[in-house]
Design a protein around this ligand. Structure first.
Ligand code: GBH
Length: 500
């Protein structure tokens, strides 16, 4: 005999299929033959839903958005006085990008931003996270600003606001001015940290009348390791460990200097924080001992980024040995300047953790070869990552405000005979991750918003155009955008403020 709980679940799932059916029927041609779908009629029957829905919603006012980054979507690399970035140089170096593409045109967002804002509106999103290309603003990295440098961002911000979408700006999503690489060796020098703070102050002074949230640096962890450790990203360096740790320190310092510079130059009330892809540590089985072990692993494995940013010191284990970075006490004070929020990019479980009676207090389980992955082989689906990462960050470092600054997946995205991309793999991924995010918010983990990566297909770094992360498919020949089925899923989720 079914228990009360099981009966409730069964009833709930029946309602779900009826609702879903109605939703699909109403949404002919996905209801998203954008941009005309801006009216966004969704299924009204949810009004009459019983209590279960109320408990499974996201908090009132939860901010739903999408994310992109400058080099991945803008194109227009030679327009309006933009200088070259390390990604222009890298992508134009033979052997770096799997399909030999570059970001020269990318998704042509620079010219099509108005159309793209309508795509956001059709989803019902209320926020957009984009990044500012430093070499548009300071073509030489420092010195005289390009008089037209911020024009595009001014237009974009105005267009977003006119459409009821809040702009969230990232100051560094990896497109360092090439001039700084040439002059100072880029992030191998603290001159770059200082230059980043100056550029950030300049931008914040001019945009903070309309942009209320700034992210400093996107994913220190990735561009330090891939760009400077293994040479798979720009600037393509393979530095020895001690130098790599020094680069990481300069990046953390750049973050802290930028936080201070923004506070000094922006309007009062401007909010600032990092956007980090934390090394995610998941309790392999949810026992109190494993949870505690996963928290310890979190601190230790994020030593050079979140730990130093949020604690103002490097853990002793990180400083042991000959490869430790060189720094001053003042550096640590700058790096740990108070933040308004922490942004977290969440994609995949990095480690499943088991408590152990060893020096570290934990063991990291090796991934079995049979663990599944999405189209990108690095992207293992582990939906509970979306629960544990914000929960750990809130608990371990007492963080009071969190945004999920990226989450999403690539897919093969082949159109069916009727031309539609039925990306049910992406929907499966998103549904499960969002259910875990809802679990977190329902337990009081302070996540205020979610930015789906990505609004549309774009230049996926070393994977060129071979990995597509968009809710909207982009035909890179014609630049035509069309919604995938997942766009309907996201629109429905936003409309309900609950996982669809
Ligand atoms: C984010 O990084 C980026 O911020 C964004 O620009 C990007 O488009 C998006 O995610 C999707 O990738 O060396 O082959 O094993 C995601 C986190 C961590 C993904 C490092 C790639 C290593 C790939 N990244 N990972 S590999």
């Amino acid at each position: 005999m079914a228990t009360r709980l099981q009966t409730r679940e069964m009833m709930a799932s029946n309602q779900f299929s009826r609702r879903q059916f109605a939703g699909l029927a109403a949404a002919s041609a996905l209801g998203l033959s954008a941009p005309s779908a801006a009216s966004g009629q969704t299924d009204r029957s949810r009004k009459s839903e019983p209590k279960r829905r109320a408990r499974s919603t996201f908090p009132k006012g939860f901010l739903w958005g999408t994310a992109t980054s400058s080099y991945q979507v803008e194109g227009a690399v030679n327009e309006d006085g933009r200088g070259p970035s390390i990604w222009d140089r890298f992508a134009h170096t033979p052997g770096t990008i799997s399909d030999r593409s570059t970001g020269d045109t990318a998704s042509d967002h620079f010219h099509r931003y108005k159309e793209d804002v309508q795509l956001m509106k059709a989803l019902g999103t209320k926020a957009y996270r984009f990044s500012i290309a430093w070499p548009r603003v300071f073509p030489e990295g420092t010195g005289s600003p390009n008089p037209k440098g911020l024009d595009f961002y001014n237009r974009l911000v105005d267009e977003l606001l006119a459409n009821g979408i809040a702009p969230f700006a990232t100051l560094y999503h990896w497109d360092l001015p090439q001039a700084l690489q040439d002059r100072f060796g880029g992030w191998t020098s603290r001159d770059t940290s200082k230059a980043f703070a100056d550029y950030s102050a300049y931008v914040a002074a001019r945009l903070s009348d309309r942009v209320k949230h700034f992210f400093t640096i996107n994913e220190c962890s990735r561009f330090v390791h891939l760009g400077h450790g293994i040479g798979a990203d720009a600037p393509g360096l393979k530095l020895p460990q001690a130098e790599l740790n020094q680069v990481r320190h300069h990046v953390a310092l750049g973050h802290g200097m930028a936080v201070r510079a923004i506070r000094a130059s922006a309007r009062a009330g401007t909010k600032v924080g990092p956007a980090e892809n934390a090394v995610s540590c998941i309790p392999a089985i949810e026992t109190p001992a494993n949870i505690r072990a996963a928290e310890m692993a979190m601190r230790e494995l994020n030593a050079g980024y979140l730990t130093v940013i949020l604690e103002g010191k490097y853990p002793d284990t990180y400083l042991a040995g000959k490869d430790a970075p060189k720094f001053t006490a003042e550096d640590l004070r700058i790096i740990s300047s108070p933040l308004d929020f922490v942004g977290l990019n969440v994609y995949t479980p990095d480690h499943y953790v088991i408590a152990a009676e060893n020096e570290r207090g934990f063991t990291l389980a090796p991934f079995p070869a049979s663990f599944p992955h999405m189209k990108a082989t690095w992207l293992r689906p582990g939906p509970e990552t979306m629960y544990w990462v914000p929960r750990h960050v809130a608990k371990v470092w007492n963080v009071k405000s969190i945004y999920i600054t990226e989450n999403g997946t690539s897919g093969s995205d082949q159109p069916a005979a009727d031309g539609t991309i039925y990306d049910v793999d992406r929907i499966m991924y998103l549904r499960n991750y969002l259910a875990q995010l809802q679990r977190a918010t329902s337990e009081g983990v302070p996540v205020s918003g979610y930015f789906l990566w990505s609004l549309m297909d774009n230049f996926e770094w070393g994977d060129g155009f071979e990995q597509r992360f968009g809710l909207y498919h982009v035909d890179f020949e014609t630049q035509r955008r069309s919604p995938k089925l997942s766009a309907s899923f996201y629109r429905e989720t936003i409309a309900r403020n609950a996982v669809a």
